[in-house]
Structure formats: C-alpha cells, structure tokens
Design a binder for this molecule. Structure first.
Ligand SMILES: CSC[C@H]1O[C@H](OP(=O)(O)O)[C@H](O)[C@@H]1O
Length: 359
C-alpha cells in the first residue's frame, strides 16, 4: 500500500491535473520510500523505490528528490526505512541529514521522527502525520501569500518566481509556487514568470512542468532576463521559497535569489519569501552561519546530460544557494501568517506560539 490518496484528487485533496505528481510516498509492502526521480523530468516520469537507506541517501544527494519540505518528508520516511533495515532511528536521521546540509527541513524532520522511539509502526504514523501536515501548511501559505499580494500589488498580478517550489519540492501545492497557484485558482494571476534557474534548471524543468499541468499562464526566462522585466515594469511581485531562514530573518535559497531581492528593492517590487515554520532555524543566528552546498561540474552534467558547455580545462563555481539579508525581504509568509519586515524580534515573535510544534 502506498501513502493513501483519494483517486482523482491531488495530494492535498483538491482535484487537479497534477494528481499523478508527487515527490515522496511510503510503500508498505515491501517497505520502501517511493520517489519520482526529478533529475529525469520533464522528459521522463521515472519512479524509484528506495528499499534501503543507502539508496535513499544517494537519491537525496543526487537531487532525485529535492526541495526543502519534500526533503523533510523523505527524511521522515527514511527514518522509518532505517528502523526496518537495521539502523537506529538516530543514526538514520544523521545519515540522511548529512546528504544536504543547507535545507534545515531534512534534518529537522528526520530528528523529529527519530525522537518518537524505536517502534517502526509509531515512526511511520508520525511520518505520515508530518507528510499530511505539510500539505495543509502549503494550502495555508498559498492563501496568506495570495492575500498579501492582493494587498501589496495590483491583481491580476504578474508574479516572478525562482527555482521550483511546487508539489515536487513540497508534497503539497507548494510554497512560493503555491501562492501563484492560489492566485491562479482565485482568477488573480495574470502571468507567472519562471526563472529557468541555472545550473540545474529546476525552474525550466520542474516549475514549468507543474505550471503547464495546471494550465497556468507562464513563460520561462533566462535568469539574467529578470532584471530587464523589472526594468520594464512587467513584474508586480517576486515570490521565492527558502531552504533555511536564520533567526534574524536572513534567507538562504537557490542561487540567484539574492540578485532578485536587490532588483526588487531597486524597482520597488514586493519580495516575498514563502516557507513553512519548519524552515526557520532559531539555532542559526544569521545568514553567514548557513552552510552553502556547492555543485560539482559532474553533478551538473549528470542532470543536464553530457553536453559540455565549457572547455575541459575550465573550472566551475557553482554555489547551490545564496543568502538574502533580511532587510531586502518585504515579508516572510508561513502557514501561521505573515512576518512583515523580518528581523530577529519579528521572527522570534512569529515562532513563539509554534515553538512546541517546531521542536
Ligand atoms: C520549497 S523549498 C524549495 C527550495 O529548494 C530548492 O533547492 P533544491 O532544488 O537544490 O533542493 C530551492 O532552493 C527552492 O527554493
């Protein structure tokens, strides 16, 4: 049995063309963490059943499953898989968290499940609870973010987004993409500008795939073209996800996010960061303390194919994330609501009521 889903309804229960789209699922017999291999999209829909922790760890490291919330769900089910295959829950959580250090959700979710004891049945119940809560949180973020854009910008809005923050990254309707989808469902999305998001093209390959499946008006652009769109006043709001938000409101997200925040400030366009409360890490004081992964040239070639765009002798510089300082963030949208002009106090106040839920 796989993670139960109503036939004809998306993961979050709403019927849509993405019914078959998912990032992570649990399979009971034989026990496995089922993934849609995102490195093969959009050309090939290929499902992998990870029946041991090494296979799941490789899939996380190789971005077959990616996106902070989806990594959290994969980590949660991964602890269950570990408990059924000779690992202690704590060891399984540590092994999985080490695969992708920037996104705090992976380690947070795995450790949360591991703390529930050693009984695989209890661990699975907790992991399923986290998976379902994720989908509910996405709907809430979509609503809070769409309403905020309605307040800050003219609608129907032309929204620009970066990387992939939809179902494939989140297991629910998404974070930033979930805001665009909610606007679309409200009839208030004029256009979605999709940064292709080099070097691994999560925007061109994944966000466009999801937008097309939902029949959302969208266009893919080179990352370098975003400035021209803002310069010509073709963007009403920028919405992005996050992999880790520091205690002071600094935001780590896909490489290319920081330049968008600078452009948004230059052109007076709202810059919204959309992420579940679990992405906020009180233990990380500021952006400088966030570990930033690097993508090796062979990792880029593996995802994009063996086309070498550069001479063999050239090195590559591929930080996978950058950090946007809090002062460039108009607001952070979570499932709990909106943190306007985020700073240490505002983030702490937002977290206070939910600290228990996050611990
Ligand atoms: C909704 S969080 C998605 C977040 O994760 C992406 O990174 P990656 O594709 O390397 O996992 C990107 O930073 C997105 O904003």
């Amino acid at each position: 049995m796989t993670t139960p889903r109503e036939p004809g309804a998306g993961h979050d229960g709403a019927p849509d063309q993405t019914d078959d789209l998912f990032a992570v699922a649990w399979v009971d017999d034989p026990p496995a963490v089922r993934l849609l291999d995102q490195t093969r999209l959009p050309g090939e829909v290929h499902v992998i059943d990870c029946r041991d922790l090494a296979t799941l760890a490789e899939a996380i490291r190789s971005l077959r499953v990616r996106g902070a919330p989806a990594l959290g769900v994969a980590g949660a089910y991964g602890v269950v898989l570990g408990a059924l295959t000779g690992w202690s829950p704590g060891q399984a959580a540590a092994e999985l968290a080490a695969q992708r250090p920037t996104a705090v959700n992976l380690g947070w979710a795995a450790e949360r499940i591991a703390a529930r004891g050693n009984d695989p049945r209890e661990l699975l119940a907790a992991a399923r609870e986290l998976d379902e809560a994720n989908a509910v949180a996405c709907r809430a973020m979509g609503r809070h973010g769409a309403d905020l854009i309605g307040e800050l910008a003219a609608t129907p809005a032309r929204v620009l987004t970066h990387c992939n923050t939809g179902m494939l990254a989140c297991q629910g309707i998404g974070t930033a993409f979930g805001v665009a989808r909610t606007l679309h469902e409200d009839g208030r999305l004029s256009h979605l500008w999709v940064d292709e998001t080099r070097p691994l093209l999560q925007g061109a390959r994944l966000t466009a795939y999801e937008a097309a499946a939902l029949d959302m008006p969208h266009a893919v652009l080179a990352d370098a073209a975003a400035g021209s769109l803002l310069g010509r006043a073709h963007v009403d709001a920028i919405v992005v996800g996050s992999d880790r938000i520091a205690a002071n409101g600094d935001v780590a997200n896909k490489i290319g996010t920081y330049p968008l925040a600078v452009l948004a400030a230059r052109h007076g366009v709202p810059f919204l960061v959309v992420a579940p409360v679990s992405t906020i890490d009180p233990a990380t004081p500021d952006g400088a303390a966030i570990p930033i992964e690097e993508r090796a040239p062979d990792e880029v070639r593996r995802v994009l194919g063996q086309v070498d765009l550069t001479p063999a002798g050239s090195d590559a510089a591929n930080p996978a994330f950058d950090v946007t300082p809090a002062e460039l963030v108009t607001a952070i949208v979570t499932e709990r609501g909106v943190i306007r002009d985020p700073d240490t106090d505002a983030v702490a106040a937002h977290l206070a009521p939910s600290t228990a839920a996050r611990d």
